[in-house]
Structure formats: C-alpha cells, structure tokens
Write a protein that binds this ligand. Structure first.
Ligand SMILES: *Cc1c(COP(=O)(O)O)cnc(C)c1O
Length: 472
C-alpha cells in the first residue's frame, strides 16, 4: 500500500506553490504588463498555478518555493503573451518590411487621416457635390494619375486580390502566356500557377526557368488560337543569377500589340520614389511599367510604397472600367480606413515629401546616422545597466528590406549587441518579446542583437525601459 504514504508527500510539495493572489499582485506591479487588464493578469496567474499543480502531481520532483514562484511567473507571462491579441511591437530585427510584423508602419499624416475618418462618417460612397450615391473606387484616382501617368486606377484589398481580379476578368476561359521563370510563389502560399488555375485561366508556359526569349512567346502564339493575355510577374523574393535572359517589357508590349493581346505586369511592390541610390536597383516602378507598354500593372501599397495593406491596379481606362464591373470586386474591395490612409500617403508623394513615410525614411537612413543612434543607445543602456551584468558592443552589420522586395540588397547598419552575465540570450529575447510593446530582436552568436534602423525614434524610450526591466 504505497498510496497513504505518498499522499502527505505530495501535499507537502503542493504547499510550496505560490498563491494565485500573490502571483497576480506581482504581475500587477510589472510595468511591462500594464497593457493588460487586471482581470487578464489574474486569469494568467490562475492558469499558471493550475499548470504547475498538474506538473507537481505527475512527477515526484522536489522544488523550492522560490523556484516555483519564478516558474509560475514565467508561465503567466507566456500565457499573457499568447493571449494578448494585437499588440504594438518594437521591430529591432532590421527587416524593414517584416510581413509577420505588419509590413509598413504608416506616416503620421496617414494616422491623422485614419483618426479623422474612422471616428465618424465620411463620403466613402457619396458625392458631396450632387448629394448622390457615388462609387468608393474613385477615391485616390487623381493621385494615381498624377503619380503614375495612368489613365485610371483601382484599389482592392491587397496585391493578391488585384492579380486575381485581373485574371478573373480578362483570362477566364482563355489562355495566358507566362515565362517558366515567373511561375513563382510569393509567400503565404500565393502561387501564380494556382491563382491562374483558380481564375479559370489556361496556362501556357513559355521558355525555361532561367532563359526565356521573345521568340519563345512568338512561337507559342503560333500554336494558340485563344490566347488573350501575356502575364509578366516580378520574381520578388528571389533572383536568378548567371546564365539568364528575358525579354524587356517594351519588347513584350510590341508583340502583345501586334497580336492583339493584353500585357499584364504584376510587379508586386510599388516603388514611387527612386531608391536606386540605396541599392534598390531591380525593383520595377509602376510608372515605368506603364510607360514601357503594360496595359495593366498591379502592386502592393504596403511594400516599398509604405502605405496601408492594399492592392493597386493601374492602366488603361477601358480595362479598369471592365474590372469595376466584375462582381468579384465587391468581395475584394478596400475599406474606408484603407482609402483614408492610402490617400494621405499618396499626398506625401505628390507633394514630394516621401521622407515622411517611415519605410522610405528607414531605407534612406545613412550609415552615419544609424551609427550615431547605435552609440546613443549603447550609452543609454550602459548608464542604466551595470557593466558587470551587461556588456554592450557595436558591430557593423546589414539590414534588409524584406516583404519579398529587393532580396539581394544589404543596407549597411550598426548593430547593438547585448551580452548579459545573468540572463541567457534566449531568455532575454523571450522576456523582451513578452512585454507590451513587445520587442522583437535577433539572436546571433549568443547575443541579443538590435538594429536601430527599424526602431522608430518614438519607441526608443520604451525600448530602453524594456531592456533595463528584462535584465532585472
Ligand atoms: C508581394 C507580391 C504579391 C502579393 O502582394 P500582397 O499585397 O501581399 O497580396 C503579388 N505579386 C508579387 C509579384 C508580389 O511581389
């Protein structure tokens, strides 16, 4: 009969567990958790203690009360982090358009437009001149015409939706030519061949993965009677190097015109200001694509453009009007907040003030300016953390653009490396992530690494506080 002997032993082990009350009070006192409600912190405490109790009941491990308290605190923090819903993040990764972190942060002007439009009513589908009903998809069109030199433009939910709408409208039941080198997967499982199949488009693959010539398109057309579209897709998140070739867009445009086909160019990211001085050399610009003869061009608003999530279709007016008549548009349409933020962002381009757009500003930040920020950050950290517990080093490194844009571009930066003698790098990174605002870092060679390029200046204080508290 072992049971009667084991019972008091188990009860003794369980008595070492902290009370929910005490754990909740500790959570309440943590400034990093002030973003949660008292009820959420109490629920986290209850959850953490219940979890530990189960563990203690199942194993015969002896653990000190201090150990159990530390463990329950960590479990409660993790529970809150997992359940906290949307939270602001300080992006210290150096990846500018981090898709997992929401891509482009918006410009102040876009935030002001959001506040103004979101809190009340607006003329989303209402013509204030006549007092009649209007279409939402006219918003921003004048800006697009000015910026791209296009006849017309249409905004939808994202670029994937833009591609789908174009293919569904012009390709359904017909054949589209596309180079084998452009049958790409964009990310998040968005594969060009799949979306073409879904849109009822028959795919005619042209050329080879690395080399496709104009003659390949012409030869394919000889055998096709129902070809309607030439589709060109920017390779976005990868580059072919070495023995490669593809015809220029202008040459394709001539062929398309001769054969009565539409030329559709999905460029993915919309570069509206020249970033070539920063190494962004082979990201197409929508204005250039249209000038080269594309009938329609599609791109994202939250990549290089630096606006809210949206997809833009620009080009010939007659084609855009046909897109407007597709019932699918109703399911892909953008909401009033998107229009508000997008229009405010476009105005910054129209007034030649793109440096007010965080994405553009981050790409343009000079190595000297970043080095100065890194030095200041090091100094501030060193002032608040004793040198015996934390070493802070600067080292040269690279930031990247991300979001599938310009994958080969490495922007020189200065990294801030933290090495703690009391907290392991993994543990420090976890603590930083579980705060609100959360701080997301990289770990390299056992150090927590921060890249100042993607840390918004307004977040520097919260970052500093986060580091200091996470080491305590
Ligand atoms: C990113 C990208 C897309 C998808 O854009 P989302 O706005 O993320 O939907 C489509 N095509 C290309 C070429 C891209 O680079």
């Amino acid at each position: 009969m072992s049971l009667p002997q084991r019972l008091p032993e188990r009860a003794r082990r369980l008595r070492a567990l902290p009370s929910v009350e005490r754990l909740a009070q500790t959570l309440d006192a943590e400034t990093s958790l002030a973003g949660f409600t008292a009820a959420e912190r109490r629920a986290a405490a209850r959850q953490a203690i219940a979890q530990l109790r189960t563990e203690l009941q199942n194993q015969a491990l002896e653990r000190s009360a201090a150990d159990l308290f530390a463990q329950s605190l960590a479990a409660a923090r993790a529970w809150l982090a997992a359940r906290g819903g949307m939270r602001p993040v300080i992006n210290a990764t150096g990846v500018i358009l981090h898709t997992n972190l929401g891509r482009a942060p918006l410009a102040r002007a876009a935030l002001e437009a959001l506040t103004m439009i979101a809190g009340g009513y607006c003329n989303l589908e209402y013509d204030l001149a006549t007092g009649r009903r209007d279409r939402r998809d006219r918003h921003g069109e004048a800006h697009w015409q000015m910026l791209l030199g296009c006849e017309a433009a249409l905004v939808v939910n994202n670029c994937a939706a833009a591609v789908w709408l174009v293919l569904d409208t012009f390709g359904r039941g017909q054949t589209a030519l596309i180079s084998r080198g452009e049958l790409v997967e964009i990310g998040g499982g968005f594969r060009i061949p799949d979306i073409m199949a879904k849109s009822g488009v028959t795919l005619c693959e042209v050329g080879t993965t690395n080399r496709t010539r104009l003659a390949d398109y012409a030869a394919a057309l000889e055998t096709l009677s129902d070809a309607r579209l030439i589709v060109r897709v920017h390779q976005s998140n990868f580059r072919l190097l070495g023995f490669t070739e593809r015809p220029s867009l202008a040459a394709l445009a001539v062929l398309a015109r001769q054969r009565g086909l539409l030329l559709f160019d999905d460029i993915g990211s919309g570069q509206l200001t020249d970033l070539s001085a920063y190494g962004v050399l082979d990201e197409p610009s929508p204005a250039r694509s249209l000038a080269d003869g594309a009938d329609l061009v599609t791109f994202s608003a939250d990549k290089l453009l630096g606006g809210p999530q949206a997809g833009v279709i620009a080009g010939r007016r007659d084609l855009i009007e046909q897109l407007r008549r597709n019932p699918l548009l109703r399911a892909l349409r953008a909401d009033k907040l998107t229009y508000a933020a997008l229009e405010a962002t476009l105005k910054l381009y129209c007034t030649r003030a793109p440096e007010a757009i965080p994405t553009v500003a981050m790409i343009r930040q000079t190595p000297d300016a970043i080095r100065r920020r890194a030095r200041r950050l090091r100094l501030q950290i060193q002032r608040r953390c004793p040198a015996e517990t934390l070493a802070v080093h600067l080292s040269p490194g690279h930031s990247v653009i991300g979001g599938g844009c310009a994958p080969q571009v490495q922007l020189p930066t200065t990294l801030v490396r933290l090495t703690s003698t009391t907290v392991a790098a993994d543990e420090l990174a976890t603590r930083l992530r579980q705060r609100s605002p959360a701080i997301v870092t990289r770990i390299e060679n056992g150090c927590v690494v921060l890249d100042p390029r993607t840390i918004l200046p307004a977040q520097e204080r919260a970052l500093l506080q986060g580091i200091v508290e996470s080491l305590a």
